[in-house]
Design a protein around this ligand. Structure first.
Ligand SMILES: [Fe+2]
Length: 344
C-alpha cells in the first residue's frame, strides 16, 4: 500500500489549518483498509502524522507503547529524559511509560512520523495512555516495605532450582515481579551524524544499509523493543539491481522514502515510488525487491523485527530458493551485507 507525498502534504496542510486541539496534538493516523483495530498501518504498527505550528507544544503524554519518530519537516524539541533538538530526517525514540512533550521552537511547521506498537497493545486489550503534567513526575510512591524485607524478597535471593539434567528449572515469584533492568533511555540519531557514514559515491565501498541500534534492545538488534529502523539506499550512479527475485521475512516492513525514485515488486505486484512517499513495502512473509533509479535513493525502513525475535517467530529467507531460517533460534544468514547483496 502506497501513501503518496501529495496525500501526506495535503494532510499536513489540513492539520496546520484546524483549530489547535486542547492537548496540542494535531495528529492523524495513516490506516490500512485491512487494519484490525482501525488504527494500524501493518497489523502490529501504527504510523501517525503529527504537525506542530511554530510556538506550539503538546500536553505531557505517556503510554506503554514504545515510539520511534522521524522528522519529515521543520524542527522541534523533544523533552523526555532531558531534551534534545531535532532536524530534518533525524530519528529518535520515546521509550514506553516516559512522560514526554513535543515543542516547535522553530519558525516553520514541525512535521513528524511516529511509529508505535499501540495497535498490537489494543489487540491485547492493554494499551495504557495518560495525559497531563503529572506524567512528567518520575518519583514512585513508597511500597510500605522495609529495606530488609525488600532485600530478602528480591530476585537475587529467590529460590532457583535445577529440576532436570536437560535444564528445566523452578524459580520463585520474585523472578516474575523484579525483572533485572536494562536501561532504555530515549536516544537520538541526528541525520547530520548519520550522513557521513552513508555511501556517497558509487563504488566507495561504504555500507548501503545501517541499523540505528539502541543498546537497550541487546541481541534483538532494534531501535525500540518492537522495531528496528534502518537507513538504506545508495548514491547516484550505483548499478541498478536487475535480479528477478527479492527476499522475505515475517517482520512487516514500512519504507519512508527520503530521496530518489524507483519501484518495488511485492508478491509480483509493481509499485512505483518517489521521495516523500510512505510504502507498506513488505507485508509479513511477502517476497519483495526494490529497484532504484539512476539518481540513487535513501530510505528509512521500519520493521517489527525485535518483536519477532522476542517471540521466536522471525523467519527469514534471503534467497528465494535458499533456506527458511528462524533467526535468533538457529545460525542466521551469513554472507550478505544488504538485502540481496552478497559481501565480496
Ligand atoms: Fe526486506
Amino acid at each position: 500500500m502506497l501513501v503518496t507525498r501529495e496525500a501526506i502534504d495535503a494532510e499536513i496542510e489540513r492539520l496546520g489549518r484546524i483549530p489547535r486541539p486542547a492537548n496540542g496534538r494535531r495528529c492523524s493516523v495513516i490506516v490500512h483498509p485491512a487494519s484490525r483495530t482501525a488504527n494500524s498501518f501493518t497489523p502490529g504498527t501504527q504510523v501517525a502524522l503529527s504537525v506542530l505550528l511554530p510556538g506550539e507544544r503538546t500536553a505531557p503524554f505517556k503510554t506503554n507503547a514504545n515510539l520511534l519518530e522521524i522528522c519529515i519537516g521543520g524542527s522541534g524539541r523533544v523533552t523526555v529524559d532531558g531534551s534534545f533538538d531535532t532536524a530534518l530526517h533525524d530519528v529518535w525514540t520515546v521509550p514506553s511509560m516516559r512522560g514526554h512533550v513535543h515543542e516547535n521552537n522553530g519558525s516553520t511547521p514541525w512535521v513528524r512520523l511516529t511509529y508505535s506498537n499501540g495497535p498490537l497493545l489494543e489487540l491485547l486489550g492493554v494499551l495504557f495512555e495518560e495525559e497531563g503534567v503529572a506524567v512528567l513526575e518520575r518519583e514512585r510512591p513508597h511500597d510500605g516495605l522495609s529495606q530488609e524485607h525488600r532485600r530478602k524478597y528480591a530476585w537475587e535471593n529467590a529460590p532457583d532450582i535445577q529440576l532436570t539434567q536437560a535444564g528445566a528449572r523452578l524459580r520463585g515469584y520474585e523472578y516474575l515481579t523484579d525483572i533485572s533492568v536494562v536501561p532504555n533511555p530515549a536516544l537520538h540519531w541526528p541525520w547530520k551524524e548519520v550522513w557521513p557514514h552513508l555511501s556517497h559515491e558509487a563504488g566507495d565501498g561504504k555500507r548501503r544499509i545501517w541499523l540505528l541500534y539502541h543498546p537497550g534492545t541487546e541481541r534483538r538488534n532494534g531501535t525500540t523493543g518492537t522495531y528496528f529502523a534502518t537507513i538504506g539506499g545508495c548514491p547516484a550512479g550505483t548499478p541498478l539491481y536487475t535480479g528477478a527475485h527479492g527476499h522475505r521475512h515475517t517482520s512487516a516492513s514500512i519504507n519512508y522514502h527520503i530521496s530518489g525514485h524507483g519501484h518495488s515488486v511485492v508478491d509480483g505486484v509493481r509499485v512505483d515510488w518517489k521521495a516523500g512517499d510512505l510504502l507498506l513495502s513488505a507485508p509479513g512473509w511477502s517476497e519483495h525487491a526494490h529497484y532504484h533509479g539512476e539518481e540513487g535513493w535513501r530510505v528509512l525502513t521500519v520493521q517489527d523485527h525485535p518483536l519477532h525475535i522476542a517471540m521466536g517467530s522471525l523467519l527469514w529467507q534471503e534467497k528465494y530458493d535458499g533456506p527458511i531460517l528462524a533467526l535468533g533460534s538457529e545460525e542466521g544468514q551469513k554472507g550478505y551485507t544488504a538485502p540481496r547483496t552478497q559481501g565480496d
